[in-house]
Design a protein around this ligand. Structure first.
Ligand code: AMP
Length: 420
């Protein structure tokens, strides 16, 4: 294949049979989140660049180094969305969803773009599923959001570890005060840090906790921790979130070095990690972003949400090998006359909500039976001249092998009964 016709570096095609797992995951997200009162939202794949510069923060790695930004023919600076929270808050403000009952509870799923160095579990186009609860500051909503993330992942076949922290709020009595202490400590220990991390002291000191450099990781073991510098209100909020999670049996580990990379986070921050993924072991993360609405020109709206990486969930999930939905019945036609009848039977079954397929290439019976096995169907409906004349079909259980004769007009009812 010519190099010109390969998918761009860092992107993936989603093709059968794997694509069925993607659909099943999206369906399960819809079921889980709508059942908890979250409504679907879809935003454009590109936004004005300022949405991310203001909403995520120019000092963050995502905005500073990873965005696909371009100038369109009208001279506007646009960016392929690298994350979903800033666009969802932008849309909530634009459509005044915050004027109704609060919190506004939304979920989304779709592609996101970051120009990172591709490796297993890290791509330039990837898919996220996320929820946002906009306009609520009670620890109850933190616990609801986190429980949903954990339950959704378990349902998808991932056993995540929940890492939990509070990064306080931007006030001298809380995170700002802590940052002064941290920056002071970092300046005293600058020689112990990896060279690449030293410049972050003045730009984004919290990010130094995220360093992948062993030298820095070792040095940061002794760094002052945010959890020792929370104000009373943030400490109380964090304690309540932990109590509520225990109340609903969600296990967690407090990880005081968990800071997350995006500037708008306040108070609760969490990450979900899973085994089997190598170095890219985060299947999702989230937290509070009480300052984001105001950063985008809106009113104060305390909010919390998460984003889960679909690509990584599917890498981490045990593949059950079971097909979800799909073809249940394969209609086999023997002879010319039966071919049209097979089309009619398959159409009747589909209209009754029973997945059905038939052969459009007029193969001999043996070829059709092979195709029936390949299709994953549980039953074959076989139609030959005898069946046609008697207005009947032969129903064959493809796993057990038994067959029975069923009246043509009883087929849908019989299959519905056998399905249960
Ligand atoms: P973040 O917005 O960075 O917190 O990302 C949330 C989740 O999205 C991560 O935990 C990953 O599962 C997934 N994710 C983020 N970036 C990528 C990427 N470049 N490739 C694949 N998945 C990603």
């Amino acid at each position: 294949m010519s190099k010109d016709f390969q998918a761009p570096k860092g992107t993936n095609d989603i093709v059968p049979p794997d694509s069925a797992r993607w659909l099943a995951l999206a369906r399960s997200a819809e079921e889980t989140f709508t059942a908890a009162g979250y409504d679907y939202v879809e935003t454009p794949i590109f936004e004005h660049t300022e949405v991310f510069e203001r909403g995520v923060g120019e000092a963050s790695e995502v905005v500073g180094k990873q965005m696909y930004t371009f100038v369109d023919r009208g001279g506007r600076s646009l960016t392929l969305r690298p994350e979903g929270t800033a666009p969802v808050v932008r849309t909530a403000l634009e459509h005044r969803l915050d004027r109704g009952a609060l919190p506004v509870k939304l979920f989304y799923a779709g592609p996101f773009f970051r120009q990172e160095r591709p490796q297993k579990g890290r791509y330039r186009q990837f898919s996220q599923i996320g929820i946002e609860a906009i306009g609520a500051d009670d620890p109850l909503i933190d616990a609801e959001v986190i429980e949903l993330a954990v339950r959704f992942l378990r349902g998808a076949g991932v056993q995540p570890t929940l890492l939990l922290n509070s990064i306080g709020h931007l006030d001298p009595s809380c995170r700002r005060g802590y940052l002064d202490v941290l920056v002071g400590w970092l300046r005293d220990h600058v020689d112990a840090l990896a060279e690449d991390d030293r410049a972050k002291i003045d730009v984004n000191p919290l990010r130094i906790f995220d360093s992948k450099e062993q030298r820095t990781i070792d040095a940061m073991q002794d760094a002052p921790l945010i959890t020792d510098h929370l104000c009373d209100a943030c400490r109380k909020h964090f304690d309540e979130v932990q109590t509520l999670l225990r109340d609903v049996g969600v296990g967690f580990e407090v990880e005081p070095r968990l800071v997350r990379g995006l500037d708008y986070y306040t108070r609760t921050a969490f990450e979900l990690v899973a085994g089997g993924l190598g170095s890219q072991n985060a299947v999702g993360g989230g937290g509070r972003y009480d300052g984001l609405s105001e950063a985008l020109g809106g009113p104060p709206l305390a909010s919390i949400g998460f984003a889960l990486g679909m690509d990584r969930i599917l890498l981490a999930a045990e593949s059950t090998g079971e097909r979800d939905g799909g073809v249940e019945v394969y209609v086999v036609a023997i002879g010319e006359r039966a071919t049209t009848e097979a089309f009619k039977v398959a159409t009747d079954l589909r209209r009754a909500g029973i997945g059905a397929q038939f052969d459009v290439t007029r193969r001999a019976m043996k070829g059709q039976m092979k195709d029936a096995d390949r299709s994953g169907a549980a039953w074959a409906v076989i139609i030959g001249d005898d069946e046609l004349d008697a207005a009947q079909v032969t129903l064959k259980d493809l796993k057990g092998g038994e067959q029975q004769t069923v009246g043509r007009s009883d087929l849908v009812r019989t299959l519905e009964e056998r399905r249960r």
